[in-house]
Ligand binder design. Structure first.
Ligand SMILES: [Ca+2]
Ligand SMILES: [Ca+2]
Length: 84
């Protein structure tokens, strides 16, 4: 999904499977704050987003919640790096 709300065209670099968030109904988690370790939009271990990004495009050392941007050697797709 792009910033304008329209899906990007099919590409080998895009995936269209369910990102399998922890809890899509509670995006900021129990603490009510975004960018923390309980956010519902964190991906789960079975998500196709996990380890499916391209490290060449990483410009930040940390993900949105302050954890390492790259875990398990390959960056995840999305703002949240999966943390086992
Ligand atoms: Ca939270
Ligand atoms: Ca990763």
């Amino acid at each position: 999904m792009g910033g304008n709300g329209h899906p990007h065209p099919d590409s080998a670099d895009n995936i269209d499977s369910d990102p399998e968030f922890e809890d899509d109904t509670d995006p900021n988690g129990l603490d009510g704050e975004f960018k923390t370790g309980d956010d519902g939009r964190r991906i789960t271990s079975g998500s196709d987003c996990k380890n499916n990004g391209d490290n060449d495009f990483v410009t930040e050392d940390y993900d949105i919640k302050g954890d390492d941007r790259i875990m398990q050697n390959i960056v995840d797709i999305g703002a949240y790096e999966y943390k086992p």
